[in-house]
Structure formats: C-alpha cells, structure tokens
Design a protein around this ligand. Structure first.
Ligand code: NAD
Length: 419
C-alpha cells in the first residue's frame, strides 16, 4: 500500500488541539476535566468464520466521547491500522464537530482492525454482524448512532441495521445513518461530506478573494469525500490538476476530467493509469503549485517534514486530522489559510442528522431541501468560526475548537453532575 509518511498518534493530536483551544478560551480546570476524555470505551473481540472454514479473531472498538448535547454520533472504520487511540481521537473530534455545526449530537466512533480489501463480501458481512452484536448494548437511535467511515458504506450500515433490528424484534432504521435509501436513508447523504467541503471552500474563496473558476485544486485521497469534492469543484469551473489514492498519484497541469476519472475509479478501483495524466510521487503531489489542497485520505498526512513544501493558498481538511499540530504551525507561518476538519467535513454528519430526523418522523425530504439546509448550516458555521478567527486573532482550527468546545462546556455546566 502506498503511504505518504504518516507520523504521530492521532489521540495525542486531539488532546493537544483541545488544550490549545481550552487555553485560548481560558476554560476552567473543572470543566476541562469533565469534557476532555471519552465517557465510554468498549473493546470487543470478534470471532469470524472465514470462507476457508477457519476462525479468525478481529478486534473492534466503540468509543462514546460525549453525550452531553445528545446521542453519540460517529462513523465506523474498517482498516488495518485501526487502533483504540485512533478511534478515541476520531470520537473526540466528532464531539466538537457536531457542536460546531450546532446539531444535537455528541461524539462517538467505532472501528475494526481488519483488511477489508482482502476479505470476501460474505466474510465482511459476518464480521459486521458479529461486531454489531458485540457493541449492541451501546448503540440505538437515542443512544449512539453509527455511520460509514473509511472502507464502510451503505451496505455495511444495512447489515448493522438488520442485525440490531432482528435482535430487538422490529425494524429500527434510526440506529444508523448513511443507509441505502430503500431502508430509510436520506437523499444526498452519500455525497454530503464532499458537498459540505465544497460549500466551505466556496466561503473561504470568497473570504480570500480567490476566484473558484480556474482555481487549481489538488486532492489527496479519491474516495467518497475526495471524489465528490473534486466533482463539485470541477463543476464550479475549478481545475483539479492532481489526485491520489492508496495505490498512486496522478497529475495533469491542464486539469483532469473528473467525471471520467470517477468512472474509471469505480470500474478499476484505482486512479493510476488514467489517460492524459502522469504518475507522480506522494510528496510531489503535496508540493504542487495550486490554490486549493484537499487532504481527503487519513490522519497525520501533512506534518513537520512535509508541510513546508505545501504551496496551496488554502487547505481544506476533508479528512479527519490530516494535519499534525507541527504541520499546522508551519502552514500558519507560511500564511496558508486552513478550513479545519471539524468544520470542513461536517457536511456528512449534518446530513446524517437530517437522515435521523427523517427516520424518527417517518417523513422524507426532497434532495433540493437537503442541499439548501446543508448549505445554510455549512455557510453559517463557516461564518461563526471565521468571526472568532478574526476577532480573537487565533488560527482557524483554534477558532473552530473554541466554538465547539464552548458549546459542549456550556451543556455540561448547565446539566451538572448526577449522581
Ligand atoms: P473512503 O474509503 O471512501 O476513501 C479513502 C480514500 O483515501 C481512498 O481512495 C483510499 O485509496 C485513499 N487513501 C488511503 N490511504 C492513502 C494514502 N496514503 N495516500 C493517498 N490516498 C490514500 O473514505 P472517505 O469516507 O472518503 O473518508 C476519507 C476521510 O474523510 C477520512 O479521514 C474520514 O474520516 C473523513 N470523513 C469522511 C466522511 C464521510 O462521510 N465519508 C465524513 C467526515 C470525514
């Protein structure tokens, strides 16, 4: 597998980002103690009968970082590098993210350490169902609502919903979001993260006076979030000049034909070999001259050793935690504007919230309603964060954390401690 040297522990990054924002907002020590750490952490052992008849034991996790503002909310990741610390970090970011866009959810996350690319569909189904039964005491529409993340998809959500419903004895679509439409999924959920990234990039370009038409864009990670962002930027007249996935990176300085690239990626599972493109190395991709860089793969991709090479004017974090604190400081010093992950990629959880509301009401909305509501949430949240950035003269990441952490702190302070 291709790796852009990724360094550091994501949970250390999450804690460091919390402390930086808590210091900047002068949050008192008692409230910090109450909101910094996960409320619940569950590790599960998942025995699965593989296609060759042997049993393989996988390890899985579900972390609820906060339920102060509502049920825990967060995706489930299937990846060989999933660790408990990574899941804790992702759950922590979900808490601040839901608060930044002001939806009534807390933060959670789940994961299974596995290599889904080398598992059959039947093996994945058995693993997903057994994992669901193992985390069953924690999840539910009023408690904790999983969604897709890296290498999980609407089919995975359908298996979770079915297993949960069979055990409870009746259908409960609201237990997961990101479901297929036929099971109570929402229109627009599949492309929600990329669409949300697009709306925040539009707002940032307006603020920075970068015309979107003709702007050069580089996208690292061409999965759900990355490919939809690329598609919408392409449709808006921007020029996507380079993209990468876990197998390779491609470049064409005149711009790639994104709809055709998406078609090829769907058919072959890779971007390398796309007509009229040259293959480049991952470190070259990050160093390309461009206006907009969209890291949309995994955590810790931009760090102390490579951040100095970034030449973009704007970095839009479609992925969770793609820039380390040391990377942040370098981008900041070089005057690069950052749309932080907990704002930039919050479109996914926002439409998940719309899906949950529709499931609970048994009443479904038109796609245009979803897009309009999503645009309003993303652009309002961008303005709220930008205001803190400008008024307090703090970096955009700290500004977003101040907004999110502040809302969670307020909820915890008003609720008090029981028992
Ligand atoms: P995905 O599995 O659809 O796509 C991930 C992509 O990253 C794949 O194309 C993969 O090949 C690529 N990749 C993996 N390692 C890479 C590497 N070293 N270099 C370049 N590319 C690499 O996953 P996704 O849902 O698009 O998630 C991507 C990121 O966005 C994750 O950080 C995820 O947490 C975040 N995110 C996703 C959503 C969502 O709704 N899908 C919501 C919020 C945040």
């Amino acid at each position: 597998m291709l790796t852009t040297k990724s360094i550091g522990n994501a949970y250390d990054v999450a804690l460091e980002n919390f402390d930086t924002a808590a210091d900047a907002m002068e949050l008192d020590k008692d409230t910090r103690e109450m909101i910094k750490y996960p409320e619940r952490v569950l590790t599960v052992s998942i025995p699965v009968k593989m296609d060759d008849g042997r049993i393989h034991r996988f390890e899985g996790f579900r972390v609820q970082h906060s339920t102060a503002r509502g049920p825990a909310k967060g995706g489930i990741r299937f990846h060989p590098q999933v660790t408990l610390d990574e899941v804790k970090a992702l759950a922590t970011w979900m808490t601040w993210k839901c608060a930044v866009v002001n939806i009534p959810f807390g933060g959670g996350k789940g994961g299974v350490t596995c290599d889904p690319k080398n598992m059959s569909r039947n093996e994945l189904e058995r693993m997903t169902r057994r994992y669901t039964s193992a985390i069953l005491p924690l999840i539910g529409p009023e408690q904790d609502i999983p969604a897709p993340d890296v290498y999980t998809n609407p089919q995975t959500m359908a298996w979770i919903m079915d297993t949960f419903s069979m055990i409870k004895g009746y259908s409960i679509p609201g237990v997961v979001t990101g479901k297929p439409i036929s099971l109570g999924g929402s229109l627009g959920r599949n492309e929600a993260t990329g669409r949300g990234v697009f709306y925040t990039v539009e707002s940032a370009c307006e603020h920075l006076k970068i015309p979107l038409k003709g702007a050069r864009v580089v996208v690292q990670g061409f999965g759900n979030a990355g490919s939809v962002t690329a598609q919408l930027l392409h449709e808006a007249g921007a020029k996507v000049i380079a993209v990468s996935d876990s197998n390779g990176c491609i470049h064409n300085k005149k711009g790639l034909n994104i709809p055709e690239l998406i078609h090829m990626k769907t058919l072959t599972g890779r971007v390398e070999g796309f007509p009229e493109s040259e293959t480049i190395r991952p470190e070259e991709l990050l160093a390309l001259e461009c206006e907009i860089l969209v890291p949309a793969a995994l955590e810790n991709m931009i760090h102390a050793d490579n951040a100095g090479a970034v030449k973009a004017r704007l970095v839009a974090e479609a992925a969770n935690g793609p820039v380390t604190p040391a990377g942040d400081r370098i981008l900041e010093k070089n005057g690069i504007f950052l749309i932080p992950d907990i704002l930039c990629n919050a479109g996914g959880v926002t439409v998940s919230y719309f899906e949950w509301v529709q499931d609970e009401q048994h009443l479904f909305w038109e796609a245009q309603d979803i897009y309009k509501r999503l645009e309003r949430v993303m652009k309002t949240s961008f303005r709220d964060v930008l205001k803190i950035h400008l008024e307090r003269k703090v970096p955009m990441r700290i500004a977003a954390n101040i907004l999110g952490i502040g809302r969670v702190a307020e909820a915890v302070q008003i609720r008090g401690i029981y028992p």
